[in-house]
Design a protein around this ligand. Structure first.
Ligand SMILES: C[S@@+](CC[C@H](N)C(=O)[O-])C[C@H]1O[C@@H](n2cnc3c(N)ncnc32)[C@H](O)[C@@H]1O
Length: 319
């Protein structure tokens, strides 16, 4: 009989930390809440719906690249490694690599606890020989891998252009931490969205079916539930646009009326038109991203793109 193959580590940030971060963000001018808080269980389900939308090209483009060039990716990652995935979501993309790759173990890391657990259980059923170390943690904070055998090389997979949620200095600091836990000569495979014409970017974050708007507004539902808040969702509107000078798509929740909101015992005033900045999604040229990776301690090894140059997957090696 095989040993149990699914292990679960709960390093989810405590509610007090989430409260502190949300209150701090709402006290800033302009108001801002980090996008990691989108991902409660329903937020993760909404994100999965976003990936299916006709306007949302990044998921299809990245999957197409991995299908086309996966063999070369697998050879660069190498077998028998501990394969760490940052922001694993539904663990769909990793399947494209797992069919050819035999890692010693797979460690999906995600902040969305219930969704991570369910996805890891489905993966364990579909890949019964795969040792899985599912880890619920916030990778934007310093944390140690809860499972890190000395005798296994490490590799990492960071798809979905989630690195774009960080401004370039924060992205560099996060990549530096990834390089540290991976160790010298290890490989990182990372998906990065490419700079392109604003029309396509604006459409991708303003879908006709309104799923991205629901995803954005769900942040307020979550805060109401978890932090004793009284946001009235009908007083906020989804707003997303490409900020070309900054090279990023911005998402906001804009108040359509002057009003007050209670959150965790504090009162916050909103003017008409005032926004909560909920997400940045930075876009990069290949060279811009390679320069960033270089500064974080990685040697760019290879880059693959789709035929329309919408998306890039980089292979980086820790120097
Ligand atoms: C844009 S989705 C990408 C999901 C999947 N990797 C894909 O490519 O389709 C971002 C994922 O990262 C997770 N996530 C976001 N911020 C995180 C953080 N700070 N720490 C851990 N996971 C995070 C979310 O829960 C979500 O599953």
């Amino acid at each position: 009989m095989n040993a149990p193959t699914l292990h679960f580590y709960d390093l989810h940030p405590p509610l007090a930390d989430i409260k502190e971060e949300v209150l701090k963000g709402l006290s800033c001018q302009p108001k801002a809440i980090p996008p990691k808080f989108f991902y409660d269980e329903y937020g993760s389900q909404l994100f999965d719906q976003i990936t299916e939308l006709p306007e949302y090209y990044p998921t299809r483009a990245e999957i197409g690249i991995i299908k086309e060039d996966g063999e070369e990716m697998v050879s660069l990652l190498g077998n028998e490694c501990l394969l760490v995935e940052l922001g694993s979501g539904s663990s769909q993309k990793i399947r494209l690599l797992l069919d050819a790759l035999q890692p010693a173990a797979y460690m999906p890391i995600d902040i969305s606890k219930e969704h991570l657990l369910k996805s890891a259980q489905v993966l364990a059923t579909d890949y019964p020989d795969l040792e899985i170390h599912a880890t619920c943690a916030d990778y934007s904070e310093h944390f140690h891998l809860p499972y890190s055998p000395d005798d296994k090389p490490k590799a990492a997979f960071f798809p979905g252009s989630s690195i774009g949620n960080f401004d370039p200095p924060q992205a560099q600091a996060l990549l530096q931490r990834v390089a540290e836990f991976l160790g010298q000569d290890s490989t990182l495979l990372i998906g990065v969205d490419i700079k392109k014409e604003p029309q396509r970017l604006n459409a991708a974050y303003n879908d006709a079916a309104g799923v991205t708007a629901a995803f954005n507004l769900n942040l307020l539902t979550r805060i109401n539930r978890e932090l004793e808040a009284d946001f009235d969702l009908s007083r906020f509107e989804h707003n997303a646009f490409y900020n070309e000078p900054q090279g990023r798509v911005e998402m906001h929740l804009v108040s359509n009326t002057p009003h007050e909101v209670q959150v965790g015992g504090q009162t916050f005033e909103f003017a008409e038109g005032e926004s909560i900045h909920t997400e940045n999604s930075y876009k990069y040229t290949v060279t811009q991203f390679q320069n960033l990776a270089n500064k974080a301690g990685f040697q760019p090894e290879q880059v693959w793109m789709d035929s329309a140059d919408l998306f890039s997957v980089h292979c980086l090696r820790v120097r």
